[in-house]
Design a protein around this ligand. Structure first.
Ligand SMILES: [Zn+2]
Length: 210
């Protein structure tokens, strides 16, 4: 079984334990495990997720030390440093699964929706650069005018933003393209529900059964 499939199934099972209220991750963060990892890391999955305090990757996937290589940035956007971090793990740790993880009620997406509706950008150039990366997911939804309901608009924008980030990773990183061709690196999108605790994967590695 390819590593990307095992990594995907590990995340699916971990999220099932988390939502069932039956986590085992406290047994995966012991002194023994810490000692083992001093020599090096071999994380099974890379997660590009949002900084939101309610979506810590290790907790929602019920993983211990050394399992997940995590990049968190508001709105789970693909900034250059984030892409570089992913490339590092793919090249140096042999990790072959990348998950872009959005979530319901994302404040960064909500702020982008509000900003575009009102025609106002944040005055901070740092915040503005996040909003500009999320905007391509929001603008088509506003232009179509299909959704006046803010909650459903944000929900659709969260999913579109995850897909855009996946596409950004694929188009902006020759390193990731190389490993997709050479060793079946897989990049998938997913979204976490604050309400249910469940992660919905938009794609799975070829051949994976959840
Ligand atoms: Zn968020």
């Amino acid at each position: 079984m390819h590593r990307s499939i095992a990594a995907y199934q590990n995340l699916v099972r971990g999220n099932e334990r988390f939502t069932a209220g039956d986590p085992v991750s406290n047994t995966l963060a012991t002194k023994e495990r810490r000692d083992e990892l001093v020599a090096g890391q071999n994380p099974s999955a890379i997660i590009l997720g949002c900084s939101d305090s309610r979506v810590p990757a290790e907790v929602i996937f019920d993983q211990g030390l050394g399992e997940l290589f995590v990049i968190r940035v508001a709105g789970n956007v693909a900034a250059q440093e984030g892409i570089g971090s992913i490339e590092y793990a793919v090249e140096n740790c042999g990790t072959r699964l990348v998950v872009v993880l959005g979530h319901s009620c994302c404040g960064a997406v909500q702020a982008t929706v509000n900003g575009l509706r009102e025609g106002e950008m944040p005055s901070s150039p740092n915040l503005k650069s996040i909003v500009e990366k999320i905007a391509p997911a929001v603008s088509p939804l506003l232009e179509s005018g299909d959704s006046n309901d803010l909650e459903s608009l944000v929900d659709q924008a969260v999913k579109a933003n995850v897909k855009n980030t996946v596409n950004d990773l694929l188009s902006d990183s020759p390193v990731l393209q190389h490993w997709m061709k050479e060793d079946n690196l897989v990049v998938v999108g997913a979204s976490y529900s604050l309400e249910s605790g469940q992660v919905e994967f938009f794609d799975a590695p070829p051949g994976a059964e959840a």
